[in-house]
Write a protein that binds this ligand. Structure first.
Ligand SMILES: C[S@@+](CC[C@H](N)C(=O)[O-])C[C@H]1O[C@@H](n2cnc3c(N)ncnc32)[C@H](O)[C@@H]1O
Length: 287
């Protein structure tokens, strides 16, 4: 089996080909997805990505998925894991009702506060960790149990994923020097508002921001427009990829690693294999 984990972060298995913008281990190939996927057509039996698609704007996400389809073998499986917009929206409404009807109940008020952040924070935050990180740090044990029920092992935080090689240190030093020079130049030309705009734009480019969200309907439409078949929602441990749960990618002995997720699979059909050039913006014309 040839298996590809795209944007693996620190969650990867050595039996897979693992790629990420930042290599967290020698087993991860450093590669920027925005350049497409560096593999020939039809090279993999399965392509998987978890909590990556929502970081791309809808056009780039569609391009990335098209690349995933291209590198899949006929009948290959595409497994997509994203935060579940439907699940988040439903839980937000549930906690809203409960906080509105029981304003003196601190647990109800906290759950509503958390869900407001879960819905919005990653799209509009302006600093590392955002309001979710702040609430995680200041919450007490019972509140943390609720957060854990929502985001699972992410509660511990990810920290920096990069290997601290000399090359990486030099790159980081050069980058921070370039940013300082650019910031000074922008401040001189555009004043303090230009400085703020530059800072905000740099942060939004850092990869932390969610640029779109998906539910079971929109994801089905998206993969169908790309010629995939048998689209279905599954659980963290359920998959058409043989032995998937043994890799410990979406679940381990503690259950689902990211319980707030939508786990979704589809299969590359023979029709998709024949379609060498997918029409651009298929999805938007279908909508
Ligand atoms: C939220 S993390 C998810 C990591 C892992 N898949 C998981 O489920 O824990 C998103 C990952 O996507 C990677 N990523 C974001 N933009 C990328 C790009 N343009 N090229 C490659 N990887 C990218 C990030 O470096 C990060 O590791």
């Amino acid at each position: 089996m040839k298996l590809l984990n795209v944007g693996c972060g620190r969650r990867f298995h050595p039996d897979w080909t693992n790629i990420d913008l930042v290599a967290s281990s020698p087993e991860v190939r450093e590669y920027d997805l925005r350049k497409g996927l560096p593999f020939p057509d039809g090279s993999f039996d399965a392509v998987y990505h978890s909590h990556v698609l929502e970081h791309l704007d809808p056009t780039s996400a569609e391009e990335m998925l098209r690349e995933c389809v291209r590198v899949l073998k006929p009948e290959g499986v595409l497994r997509i894991v994203v935060p579940d917009l439907e699940g988040i929206a439903r839980e937000y409404l549930r906690t809203l009702e409960s906080a509105a009807s029981d304003r003196d109940n601190p647990a109800a008020v906290f759950s509503h506060q958390w869900m407001t952040r879960e819905l919005l924070d990653q799209m509009c935050r302006q600093k590392l960790g955002g309001e979710m990180g702040q609430l995680m740090r200041t919450s007490h044990e019972a509140e943390q149990a609720y957060i854990y029920s929502r985001i699972g092992q992410e509660l511990g935080g990810n920290g920096s994923v990069g290997r601290k090689t000399i090359w990486r240190r030099v790159k980081q030093l050069t980058l921070s020097l370039r940013k300082r020079i650019a910031l000074t130049a922008v401040s001189v030309i555009e004043g303090s508002s230009g400085r703020m705009a530059y800072r905000e734009a740099r942060f939004r480019q850092s990869g932390e921001i969610h640029r779109w969200m998906y539910d079971r309907v929109s994801l089905t439409q998206l993969v169908q427009c790309l010629g995939l078949e048998s689209a279905r929602v599954c659980s963290a441990s359920e998959s058409k990829i043989p032995g998937f749960s043994s890799y410990g990618l979406d679940s381990d002995s503690n259950g689902a690693r990211k319980p707030d997720s939508l786990f979704f699979e589809s299969v590359k059909s023979t029709a998709a294999c024949r379609q060498t050039n997918f029409p651009q913006s298929n999805l938007r014309s279908a909508a």
